[in-house]
Design a protein around this ligand. Structure first.
Ligand code: IMP
Length: 202
């Protein structure tokens, strides 16, 4: 069963492909030219639905199952920022590195060297059978330096609960066992299995 990802973020595509090996997973940008999707909802869930709806409509394929992930990091000392603005914390059209260093500077500006923080992932699944959403979270803390270069985004400054190393230092399989995305994906894979069952019986 083919699952189309409504993202062209290579970090996410890599992680989702590795975690959903039971399905044939393709990024929508492998099927058509990537297009701009305005994510202007005020929740992770709302933005995941916007992305999934845009790609489902563009595919125009009644067998398609589209999966969109909207995710980000929320830092307690910053009252939950950057949250839904994680991808553009340092501005529009910036790199992951620009965002990472902007977040380090913002935490430093609060006069602390670490803060509790968590990642959130909202996943929307859209198919002809309907629209569904699930969430996953990963808790830990951020530090005001980068360590390691594994993962992507804010991973080099995030230490998951129960660990002493950042996600930039920990192996990918450890992140997959802990991450917000993997927790949301394991719920999403139940929804996809349900869609598959419905189709077998229609
Ligand atoms: P989105 O593509 O609009 O969902 O933006 C998500 C942003 O949140 C990314 O650009 C990253 O900066 C950050 N982010 C989400 N998940 C992760 C993760 O697993 N590791 C590091 N950064 C992440």
């Amino acid at each position: 069963m083919r699952l189309v990802l409504a993202t062209s973020n290579q970090g996410k595509v890599r992680e989702i492909k590795a975690m959903c090996s039971e399905f044939e997973v393709v990024a929508y940008s492998e099927l058509m030219d990537a297009f701009e999707i305005i994510e202007d909802a005020d929740t992770f869930k709302g933005n995941a639905l916007i992305k999934a709806r845009a790609v489902f409509k563009a595919l125009d394929d009644e067998e398609a199952i589209v999966l969109a992930d909207d995710s980000g990091i929320s830092v307690d000392v910053l009252d939950g920022a950057p949250g839904i603005y994680s991808a553009r914390y340092a501005g529009v059209g910036v790199t992951d590195k620009d965002n990472l260093y902007a977040l380090i500077e913002a935490v430093k500006a609060e006069g602390v060297s670490e803060s509790d923080a968590h990642y959130t992932a909202a996943i929307a699944i859209i198919s002809n059978e309907g629209e569904q959403t699930v969430h996953g979270w990963m808790y830990g803390h951020v530090i005001v330096e980068t360590r390691g270069d594994k993962g992507f985004g804010y991973d080099p400054m995030f230490i998951p609960e129960g660990y002493e190393k950042t996600l930039g230092e920990l192996d990918a399989d450890i992140k997959s066992a802990l991450s917000h995305r993997s927790k949301a994906l394991s719920l999403a894979s139940l929804l996809i299995a349900n869609i598959k069952k419905q189709r077998e019986h229609r």
